[in-house]
Write a protein that binds this ligand. Sequence first.
Ligand code: XIL
Length: 352
Amino acid sequence: MRRRDFVQVSLAVAAHAALQVPATHAAAPSRRIPYGSAVRGDALVDDYDYRTVLAEHCQLVVPEGGLKWVVVRPSEDRFDFYEGDKLLAFADQNGMKMRGHTLIWHGAMPDWTSSIRGAEAAEKAMTKHIHTVVGQYKGRIPSWDVINEAIAEDPRGSDYLRPNLWLENMGKGYIETALRLAAEADPQAQLVINEYDIECVGEYYENRRNALLRVVHDLRDRGAPIHAVGFQGHLKGQYEIDKEGVSSFVAELKAMDVDVLVTELDVIDNLLPADEKERDQVIAGRVTDLLEAISDANPPTAILTWGITDRYTWVPTWFTRDDGRLNRPLPLDRDYKTKPMMDAIKRFAARA
Ligand code: XIL
């Protein structure tokens, strides 16, 4: 099918509310932490069971790819909100909220953006993108990952930010500019800086936490709108959570009136034991450790996993197992059966 036909067919599907599932979804009691999942737009249309488990378990959804530049900006002049609108319709129909992911990231950029050169052109492109995308969903997407993965892989000294189009053209101030643009477009939205590898034991993780704290302190000093830090939480199952390090990091953020949330939780299990029961226990343990360490200082405003079922996960793209067994990084297995990871999240969300 040509893309144009596909879009029309699928739009028709969405328009006729075929994404609806039986009303199993009870509104979240007000004091629990909302749980949610990243969602794949194609599976949402094709897989009824997937829609059903999302509606059953989630109070939140976030598009896994549907709001990234490569999808939303096929060309400089065009915005394509098909995927975002489709997921928002599903969320609305099932009493869930949707998060926005992501406005500024080095990844998933369409080729045409590589010709953007100079501070003025970069700021112009950034302004058009953030104003249009956040504006499109004003009042309907209450939380945005404005900045994604801004910290350098191995931050040292003055090189603590990751090189990207925006840093190269606009300098370090690009982060503040992006946050201000998002606040202009939707003054009510929670604006988030989202980061990976900030939760485990070791110098590498500690350096990354410190670099991120430096960014947030700078923003606060300048009065920039930053409301929360997102722990992506792509946990490497073989490493321990630095419970003290995480708690003091969250406490330091709290002292600046900056919240935290968990945005992309999964447990990368390529180096964990082959036995599934044993593996699932380690995974649930890591998740519990992270959630407890955060909450000891300040409970997260939300917990989202990067997918809900092992059937649809990005993990095997990078972390397949040598023994040929399938990865089990998410709360439900490939047949949508609940695993200990889901129990750990639910227990935690309910008790908060
Ligand atoms: C990943 C998606 O899961 C993949 O399907 C896609 O091919 C690449 O991006 N950190 C992020 C997410 O912030 O956007 C990434 O998502 C995973 C790592």
